[in-house]
Design a protein around this ligand. Structure first.
Ligand code: MLT
Length: 407
């Protein structure tokens, strides 16, 4: 989370003989800012009370502008990664007078006990550092695929429906769909880097996401699926089709679009990457929330979606942004999907991937059905679950070899 910023003035004693803040001085100021954060929060003895000492293992500082004695600096501090025994904090120092970026620091800490052994981050410390954790969705499993552990919500039995969430969300986006289709098995993963799945620093692309999904299907013994993808999940579905077409028996494209990013869109991804490095997931959550839901969205839904996004690990957000920026244009794929039963669903008030994008896909995919969900924005399965599930159930009912009726 982004902690409340702390501010203080540069003293002459902080500077070297030339009146400048040198490298050592910057390190000391960043450390002072961390102490100040504790002093203004849970207390300077917080770690001691919890029986651990956060030892710095690495700090990388980027210098951007000078700061002179008498100038006030404001430090923004965000925990970008919380591991079992370690955490990473990013600090950004700006001159208060003109908001100039002075320096940034990224430090990795490991929690040590009194004899210097690494120990798990105590729960109270974790709650202070990153208080927002995604809700546990039962029945959830963790499955090792391609060197990472992915969370998977796996319910029911029968032919499989695989739901792929968007950015920067997680599988709880589909909570109204989990187990909601009698005679079908619903599989809802958290993509690598998001939700409760592992978030490696590198290795994100549409191809990796698609191959992860196939790895999950192999691990749970599923040959083919009806593949549903929302927004970025749709981009992943296109890649899945390019790579693993025989494993898809039906396609549901939700609040998504086929073209690649425009030049302006790619620039927007770079800006978002800089924002998340500086302000963490909560900043991205605040930026995206107003564009996601059809007004007037209930407060509880707004809170739920904001919490989901604010809990996304920074490496996963960065990876998803890069993967979306670099994704290929899938428009040319659409006519080749002839013969694949396809349903396209869009919220009537989706501003990110508006109904005209859905109409274009419906025209390009031979035989595709289009359903427009009233009073829904970009997250139609969460905003209007009954209408969404009705459309999906009717599509499933028309597939060849439908599962036997429940009961
Ligand atoms: C998503 O909802 O997955 C993203 O907003 C899609 C995008 O940014 O292109």
């Amino acid at each position: 989370m982004t902690h409340a910023p702390v501010s203080f003035t540069v003293f002459p004693g902080d500077c070297d003989a030339f009146g400048h803040l040198n490298q050592a001085a910057f390190l000391a100021l960043f450390e002072r800012a961390r102490w100040q954060m504790l002093a203004e929060g849970p207390g300077m003895d917080f770690f001691e009370r919890e029986g651990v000492w956060p030892a710095v293992r690495r700090t990388v500082i980027d210098y951007h502008a000078s700061a002179l004695p008498g100038q006030a600096l404001r430090f923004q501090q965000v925990v970008t990664r919380l591991g079992r025994t370690s955490f990473t904090m990013r600090q950004v120092a700006r001159r208060t007078s003109d908001e100039a970026l002075v320096a940034t620091a990224e430090s990795v800490f490991v929690c040590l006990d009194r004899v210097g052994s690494a120990v798990p981050v105590p729960p109270a410390v974790a709650a202070f550092l990153l208080p927002i954790l995604p809700p546990v969705v039962a029945p959830q499993r963790r499955i090792a695929v391609h060197g990472v552990e992915l969370a998977l919500d796996d319910r029911g039995g029968g032919p499989a429906l695989l739901f792929v969430h968007g950015y920067p969300l997680d599988g709880t986006l589909w909570r109204h769909q989990a187990g909601a289709f009698p005679g079908w098995r619903t599989l809802i993963p958290d993509l690598r880097g998001l939700g409760r799945s592992d978030a490696p620093d590198l290795g994100y692309s549409m191809a990796t996401y698609a191959d992860d999904l196939v790895g999950l299907l192999d691990a749970v013994g599923v040959d083919d699926v009806v593949l549903a993808g929302l927004s970025m999940g749709g981009y992943i579905a296109f890649e899945f089709l390019r790579r693993h077409r025989p494993r898809v028996r039906g396609l549901v494209l939700v609040d998504t679009r086929a073209p690649a990013d425009s030049a302006e869109g790619r620039k927007g991804r770079e800006t978002a990457m800089a924002d998340v490095r500086e302000g963490g997931a909560p900043l991205i959550a605040d930026q995206m929330l107003p564009r996601l839901l059809a007004p007037p969205a209930p407060e509880s839904l707004r809170d739920e979606v904001r919490t989901m996004m604010a809990a996304a690990p920074v490496p996963g957000i960065l990876g998803a942004l890069a993967a979306m920026r670099d994704r290929p244009d899938s428009t040319g794929l659409l006519p080749s999907l002839s013969g694949l039963p396809t349903l396209i669903i869009v919220g009537a008030e989706d501003r990110l991937t508006p109904p005209k994008d859905a109409e274009a896909m419906a025209k390009a995919i031979p035989g595709a059905r289009l359903a427009v969900i009233p009073n829904a924005g970009h997250l139609s399965p969460l905003e209007q679950p009954e209408a969404f599930n009705r459309q999906l159930a009717s599509f499933l009912g028309r597939l060849e070899n439908p599962p036997p009726p429940a009961g």
